[in-house]
Design a protein around this ligand. Structure first.
Ligand SMILES: Nc1ncnc2c1ncn2[C@@H]1O[C@H](COP(=O)(O)OP(=O)(O)OP(=O)(O)O)[C@@H](O)[C@H]1O
Ligand SMILES: [Mg+2]
Length: 503
């Protein structure tokens, strides 16, 4: 029995193994209930979001969770060859419905599947289903008839000699004689017209009938126009484009050493690569630390406005540079993240776009220290353990120490009394360190002593330096190799005059 920490308290669990981890990724986000309301709206109404706050408080977590709440994608984007102007391929958008319709057509072209009893007796014999001796029907791959013990295939060969020509069956197997045929081609009358029909053995107990219609459809499909599916129906609806280059974000046309020569080269339409803006079509485009892609912000803005963005070859040296595909759809939900300091570097029109069609959200860094929130922290610990996959669960006592640490951190980092920190990535690190220790000790659970050890030792490198050297200056002074130190202490030696400009 798993315990839902929404309704219960820390005292109700023995260890984190008892805790129910919600399936909905939004329910796994701890401490941002007020924000989650807007986040749900954004998912339902397809609004943009700007999440502002320090590292490790769940910005990426929320962005990913939204993508799970979107409705199923409906469109597939294909680049199609333009025979008149190959360097201007067309873009084609097909809906799920159209694609499913085509699939049905395709299945029809695959022919009807019937039982061996439904085809002419002689065809069933040829395909190995019917015993020519006792006339019973059995699996085509059983060469000895299980009913009369006759060798179905050798009887068949005897019959074949007499009857094959009479029945107008052609295309005999050219392989070994005593195996059944895979397919029989014959003719039949359809509305007074004679038409070709092919019977194929589908597997051991079915026959596929390909009539004129199916055969024509097959031919058509083989001749279908050349295309390149750049955004398939089956795709991720969460695209993270953090630190993306221009080509990653906007797409590109690959180089072809043969310049797209009709015989030697690869045609332009085949070399078109979508950008993150296109891959995020109907989904979420997430950009962590928007300021890192500063010069690309205006492209994102224009993609958001037009909901289409052309794909062009972006390397002027490449044969792709002459290729352009107009109007490639890119209707995405934009989610940006940054910290407070970087807010000023976001392009004002992009900000105004987000405000106009979405929400700007300042994330909290702590939550009130209530029993409900302590219970949520326990859920957080359970989640981190499950996600990690390599560490055991934690006892209630161990969780209580983590809660105490969360309290301490809210006090030290955020100057808050009676609060619990929401800077949870760091707290997760603590859980993992304690977990590793428990594993090394072959302990079945993470216990208080493991957490206590982690609390003591999960110290940032800055704090470690201060602890050992008292100040950064002193640390720097000692931060050199022994030979460097020797030289610098031997004042006045000729070494001091050596030209070191090459260093
Ligand atoms: N509110 C939260 N609820 C549950 N887990 C959280 C929360 N915040 C952080 N975490 C945990 O910390 C990890 C890091 O969070 P996340 O990647 O979302 O941080 P971020 O805000 O995007 O940080 P950054 O600015 O560094 O990208 C998450 O994978 C999750 O395990
Ligand atoms: Mg992140």
């Amino acid at each position: 029995m798993y315990i839902n920490m929404k309704n219960e308290f820390l005292g109700d669990i023995e260890s984190t193994a008892d805790i129910l981890i919600p399936k909905d990724p939004l329910e796994r986000v701890i401490g941002h209930d007020d924000i989650l309301r807007f986040v749900r709206i954004a998912a339902k109404q397809r609004r943009n979001l700007l999440l502002v706050g320090p590292p490790g408080i769940g910005k990426s977590l929320i962005a990913k969770a939204i993508s799970v709440h979107l409705t199923e994608v409906q469109e597939e984007i294909t680049v199609v060859h333009n025979p008149e102007r190959p360097e201007r391929p067309f873009v084609e958008v097909k809906t799920r419905k159209e694609i499913e319709g085509e699939l049905k057509e395709l299945q029809r072209a695959e022919g009807d599947l019937v039982t061996p009893q439904e085809v002419p007796e002689l065809v069933a014999e040829r395909l190995g289903f019917r015993c020519p001796n006792c006339e019973s029907y059995t699996n085509a791959y059983q060469s000895i008839c299980p009913n009369c013990g006759a060798d179905k295939y050798s009887h068949l060969n005897a019959r074949r000699k007499h009857l094959g020509d009479l029945l107008g069956m052609f295309e005999m197997n050219s392989g070994p004689v005593n195996i059944p045929q895979d397919r029989v081609t014959t003719t039949r009358m359809n509305h007074g017209r004679e038409e070709v029909v092919i019977y194929e053995r589908a597997d051991g107990d079915r026959v596929k009938i390909l009539d004129q219609h199916a055969l024509e459809k097959r031919r058509e499909m083989v001749e279908e126009k050349p295309k390149n599916i750049i955004v398939p129906l089956k795709r991720k609806s969460f695209i993270q484009a953090t630190g993306a280059s221009e080509t990653e974000l906007l797409g590109d046309v690959r180089h072809d050493p043969y310049g797209g020569h009709p015989d030697l080269g690869t045609q332009p339409y085949e070399r078109v690569v979508p950008g993150a803006v296109h891959e995020a079509h109907e989904g979420v485009l997430f950009i962590d630390e928007i300021v890192h892609i500063a010069p690309l912000q205006r492209y994102i803005l224009s993609a958001m406005q037009d909901k289409v963005f052309p794909i062009v070859g972006r390397n002027p040296q490449s044969a792709g540079s002459s290729v352009k595909v107009e109007d490639v759809p890119c209707d995405f939900i934009f989610i940006g993240a940054c910290n407070i300091r970087d807010l000023q570097y976001i392009l004002p029109p992009l900000r105004s776009r987000i405000q106009g069609e979405g929400y700007e959200i300042l994330m909290r860094t702590f939550m009130p220290d209530t029993e409900e929130n302590q219970a949520k922290l326990a859920q957080f610990v359970a989640q981190e353990i499950e996600m990690d996959g390599k560490i055991p669960h934690a006892t209630r006592n161990a969780v209580e120490i983590i809660v105490e640490e969360a309290r301490k951190r809210a006090r030290i980092i955020d100057d808050q009394k009676d609060a619990l920190t929401l800077r949870l990535r760091d707290l997760g690190g603590l859980v993992r360190m304690a977990g590793d220790l428990a594993v090394m000790e072959s302990s079945e659970l993470i216990k208080d002593r493991h957490i206590n050890f982690a609390v003591k030792n999960a110290i940032s490198i800055e704090d470690q330096i201060l602890e050992r050297y008292q100040s950064f200056e002193q640390a720097m002074e000692k931060d050199m190799s022994s030979s460097q130190k020797m030289h610098s202490s031997r004042k006045g030696t000729p070494n001091d005059h050596v030209d070191r400009s090459y260093l």
